[in-house]
Ligand binder design. Sequence first.
Ligand code: M6R
Length: 365
Amino acid sequence: EKQGYQHFMLKEINEQPESLKRLLALYLDDDQLDLGSTGLKNNWLQDYDKIQIVACGTAYHSGLLAKYLLEDKLRLEVEVEVASEYRYRNPIINQRTLLIVVSQSGETADTLAALRLAKKNGATVLALTNARDSSIAREADLLLYLNAGPEIAVASTKAYTNMVAAFYLLTVDGMRQRTEISRQEVQAYQTALIKLPELLRQVIEHTGAKVEKIAEKYAVQEHIFFIGRNTDYTLALEGSLKLKEISYIHAEAYPAGELKHGTLALIDTGVPVVAVGSRIDIFSKLFSNLKEVKARGAETMLITIENQDFEASSVDYLVELPEFNQYFVGLLTIIPLQLLAYYTALFKGEDIDQPRNLAKSVTVE
Ligand code: M6R
């Protein structure tokens, strides 16, 4: 069932354009966004004072990304928390809270417990899940089905992409309800979403060989750092988790501006630093952090959008992505990040689909 691929993970990375299309097909009718089948009301935004997003691991990272977009575009407060913390700390929940739980498997024990806690306290629960018959899907009030197809590799790839895309859909649906935002802007975002699968396909096609070469160098490393700002920081977190999970290399992700508050002390000759830089509005800020690590001898990799102006001498490895809508372009960086983890683990000869100590579905707390 690997259809010629050496691993399920690589198969699932390559499936992303198609699985994203399947999600969009569920909620874009004649190119018009319609989330009615989730159970969300047409004007849901007015019913809530805040959104809480609760999940674990990769699903949690999709929520971190969503906070940046939802707060920016909807001006509604968004809290994001890992489920194992949320459930044991007496969080503030009421009838005007929308709890969004995110889970590929729909069976993660802590996420399910968080759902039950929020429901008991009067919140409305929306589940973003890839398993329609799961406990989380059954117990939630509202269901946005991710439709990514079965994900076999323990490392989550295509489910993450559809989680982020599902948050894109929610963002645009919320924008539609705000009179401050023009119809043209909403339409432009909708049109951009429809183009996203094709862009993912192009990025897979154009970055694979390059990332494979970089990974060969990374396979001998002990520590790798990831930096980014804004949504790119959340992608850096996801890239570092993926690398840890399957290559067993110690990786950490930081908001780029936070390095000089301690972590910079670890940057020395030859230490690899991956800078995720899809946010052009703050690219110069990220780049000055990249120069700081380069000046301390780091070996730098930059993932950014083509046609940027920067000093090439500060960048050892460059991966360029096509220009695209500023809010959605970040998702394209996940492809080189996933491939970097995959090929690094491959060069190390690790068990990519079944990493040690981990299970696909974490049904115990
Ligand atoms: O099934 P879930 O989305 O609830 O799983 C949550 C995490 O266990 C999961 O994302 C985990 O972090 C992945 N193995 C990461 O690749």
